[in-house]
Design a protein around this ligand. Sequence first.
Ligand code: FES
Ligand SMILES: [Fe+2]
Length: 351
Amino acid sequence: MSVNLTRYRELTYPPPFPDGWYRVAASGEIKPGEVKHVQCAGEQIALFRSKTDGGIAAVDAFCPHQGANLAHGRVKGDRLECPFHGWQLDGNGRIRDHPCAKDQPAVHRHWNAIDYYGMAMIYWSARRDVQAPYRLPPQPNIDNRQLVYRGQYDAGEVATHIIEFAENIVDFQHFSKLHGTMRIPWTNIKLPWIRIRHEPSWALDDELEHISYFGDETTFEIGGRICERTRSRALVTLLGPGSIVKFDLEVPRIGEITIFQTHTPVEALKQRVTFRWFAARRVPRIFVSSVVGSWVSQWRQDVEIWKRKIYRQRPLWTRDAGPRGKMHQWYRQFYPDGLVTNLSENNDNGD
Ligand code: FES
Ligand SMILES: [Fe+2]
């Protein structure tokens, strides 16, 4: 009996859905009074926006009565009306207009849902907890309009596990080989005379245990000479298991750019990936686009590896490989107790 390749790969990974905040749509896709069917972490979800206060809500797409698809229903005020027999549900999973509803607790599966800088996010947990244990942090530079919206890019689906992003940033050995050559932004075309030198680092937040940081200082080497003037710094903040990642890029003499990258596992080994970016007003749009495009081009180098690889629980390791063991210890918090099967138990890999 043979196992197909996707299944073979899937079996090597930890469970497909760690707990976290996941982007399920762009906020602008759901106007007040609209409903949309979305998928996340193996769930089918009706995402709707209240006409009353404009807030979003996420409930299981299939009606608790006889299973009609609520995403084909209508929003009435702050409730979602089922298209089959007309029951109305609120965003907290309560049936609101039915004679037997009076004494009922919330009966229908639902999730914490928020708008976060143009992204509709839900908190998903394998424990089926509705309340998220942490909030996504405010972004003062965007709130005070120092940074303004400059674009978004839907990168489609990538056949990999969400943990690969976190694995990638603590794999210090791959930067020179895989990301050492400059690409034309948004393309896979190499500019072979420009080498990129990376100086990666990784750290935990001092207070917030769900946050970790990856730092990368890069310098261009042009025609074999290191060009110090091109030195730039990127700080990458993982807000949870890699489901939403923030890049703060500081380009000398030009200004700051912030990119949100999201990974939403819709199924095992199927990540929906998006980018949404903001920049200081004075940074020319074409420059912003080329910086984001350079990042996307580099990221695509990783994707070419990820979509074909398996997960090695215990890779053949060398001492200078990076803080993988520490990252694993950190990552375990996103799996409820008892669910972790593949994440390495010990911390003896390279630390
Ligand atoms: S199936 Fe939804 S009200 Fe009956
Ligand atoms: Fe990478």
